[in-house]
Ligand binder design. Structure first.
Ligand code: DC
Length: 222
């Protein structure tokens, strides 16, 4: 069993900045990094491309368990094709949020997520890292930011990646996705028991990273 391998679980709503913070914490510690949202996005992307109905639970679960994915540096390879930018599109995020409510899809992605727990350690970000996938994580963080701050961050991210974006649409999308991710029956977005709450609305990335590393060091008694 790999339960002795340390995990830092960072959960939070969409566009909270948890991906950037998690990646930086992983780099600092020399740990592996799991972007679990990318797995839901890849499943949604594949379904949209292959014309699979986003309500067909069995077909989507089958698709999720047969994905050929590799993470190589900044690239996310799906059947050898780099789709790292393509899966960041808002419509892919919205579809990912819809299929993520289906229990069979979550089950299909379970083993793949757990397999990322390898030495020397893992930083995992998502919605249910601390509640469902790694309930024994050494450190659990629930990272949030106001809807306004998150819409601005997502706007910048989309423009930087060459997508068009509208603040009004983003605010509406984020609010809808928050509601869907938080109110679903399986693995809803909520702070894990014992999670440290981190509101980054008025924080820089550096400050948030330092706070997480500080909590981790304190928990290990150093
Ligand atoms: O973190 P993200 O925006 O890339 O995630 C896309 C969608 O995937 C999100 O709206 C909900 C879903 N998701 C999930 O249900 N559980 C996770 N651990 C990660 C993402």
């Amino acid at each position: 069993m790999n339960s002795s391998i340390p995990v830092i679980a960072i959960d939070g709503p969409t566009a909270s900045g948890k991906g950037t913070v998690a990646q930086r914490v992983a780099d600092h510690l020399g740990y592996h990094y799991l972007d679990s949202g990318a797995l839901y996005r890849l499943t949604a992307f594949s379904a949209m491309r292959g014309g699979v109905d986003l309500a067909h639970e069995a077909a989507l679960a089958e698709l999720a368990s047969s994905l050929k994915i590799r993470f190589v540096n900044d690239q996310i390879l799906l059947d050898g094709e780099d789709v790292a930018n393509a899966i960041r599109a808002e419509e892919v995020g919205n579809s990912a949020s819809k299929i993520a409510a289906l229990p069979a899809v979550r089950r299909a992605l379970f083993d793949l997520q757990v397999s990322f727990r390898t030495l020397p350690g893992l930083v995992a970000d998502g919605r249910d890292m601390g509640t469902v996938i790694f309930p024994d994580a050494s450190l659990k963080v629930f990272l949030t930011a106001s809807v306004g701050a998150r819409a601005q961050r997502r706007y910048k991210q989309l423009i930087d990646k060459g997508f068009s974006a509208s603040m009004t649409d983003l605010l509406k999308d984020l609010t809808e996705r928050d509601a869907r991710d938080s109110n679903r029956a399986v693995a809803p977005l909520k702070p894990a028991e014992g999670a440290h709450l981190l509101d980054t609305s008025d924080m820089t990335v550096d400050q948030a990273v330092e706070q997480v590393l500080g909590w981790y060091a304190a928990g290990r008694g150093s």
